[in-house]
Design a protein around this ligand. Structure first.
Ligand SMILES: Nc1ncnc2c1ncn2[C@@H]1O[C@H](COP(=O)(O)OP(=O)(O)OP(=O)(O)O)[C@@H](O)[C@H]1O
Length: 302
């Protein structure tokens, strides 16, 4: 049995469908990235997993507890850490008071250890916290009772790149300890460095579920080439080159082929500039699911 099991889960808000017939499993010690654009249904799924909303139909279990079974879920939550997107701390409380309160409910066996990595100013009231400090306090609160399962909604929002990488490193170490981690994001670059597998959500439906490496392979790379006047490489004929366009003097395309083939072609020409980068999540969607799906990604970012 998976640590998270979602079975045909549907949530309707009146006429609006939040999520539609979702089914997936997250096994123990996996870091699972839950990707989708704004409004795709990520928060709805997370709230259903925590019993914070009642599914319209279908169900889910977390650590074996059916989310519709209040008693079982309360017991399971002692072993679950939850980091909501909106932390909602009491602005007048200090960081220490927030953690003390949480400790009184769930415990804090790992508090001191976490404070070595995450360093919010605990003696100051939350109202004086920066976004990053608030997020760090939330991370400590999420992990300090040594949960078996951690569920996080857009966890790295507000962390600077250095702290983000420390957080990723921390998550990898958590996986080694056996913790199962489920987190949502609309940013591919955020999940790709740390996730084992991703579920892709669009308009309430799970449209993809696979290993991150396979997803990135299918998505390919974005390539920008600036040839010296009149000596353009012939990228259109390369196996694995898609969506070739010319913008000003720059040739742009998505490439899923062999690197050596591309480099050989470029080497035969006079090239002034080359950039090979990760595609935006939107482009990965396009290649993965085809253009007919009319994918719209707000705030897609890499
Ligand atoms: N309380 C609610 N009442 C009505 N509709 C809602 C409610 N909560 C969510 N929805 C709708 O359900 C759909 C899924 O929303 P949800 O917040 O789960 O998406 P999300 O993927 O978390 O988005 P974001 O990345 O913007 O947080 C959206 O169409 C949203 O407008």
């Amino acid at each position: 049995m998976g640590v998270i099991e979602v079975n045909d889960l549907t949530k309707e808000y009146g006429n609006v469908r939040g999520v539609d017939s979702l089914s997936f499993t997250v096994p123990e010690s996996e870091i699972f990235g839950y990707l989708g654009p704004n409004g795709a249904g990520k928060t709805t799924t997370i709230r259903a997993l925590l019993g914070l909303l009642t599914p319209t139909s279908g169900t889910a279990t977390v650590l074996g507890a059916d989310v519709r079974d209040e008693t079982a879920l309360i017991e399971a939550k002692h072993h679950i850490g939850y980091l909501p997107a909106d932390l909602g701390f009491d602005e007048a409380a200090t960081g220490n008071q927030v953690l003390d309160y949480h400790a009184s409910i769930k415990g804090d066996s790992r508090r001191d250890e976490l404070l070595e990595t995450f360093t919010p100013p605990l003696k100051r009231p939350i109202r004086e916290y920066s976004t990053g400090n608030t997020r760090m306090l939330g991370i400590i609160q999420t992990f300090m009772h040594d949960p078996d399962l951690v569920i996080m909604d857009e966890p790295t929002a507000g962390l600077d790149p250095l702290k983000q990488e420390e957080f990723n490193e921390f998550l990898r170490a958590e996986r080694k300890r056996g913790t199962t981690i489920f987190f949502s994001s609309h940013v591919l670059s955020e999940v790709r460095r740390v996730c084992d597998r991703v579920g892709i959500l669009r308009a309430g439906q799970l449209v993809g579920l696979e290993e991150i490496e396979a997803l990135l392979d299918r998505g390919g790379k974005r390539v920008h080439v600036v040839p010296v006047d009149g000596d353009s490489p012939n990228v259109t004929d390369l196996d694995g080159a898609f969506d070739v366009t010319t913008v000003g003097e720059e040739i742009q395309f998505t490439y899923t082929g062999e690197y050596n083939t591309l480099l050989d072609e470029l080497a035969d020409h006079d090239v002034r500039d080359v950039e090979i980068s990760e595609p935006a999540l939107e482009d990965v969607f396009m290649h993965y699911y085809g253009t007919e799906q009319n994918v719209s990604m707000e705030n897609a970012d890499v």
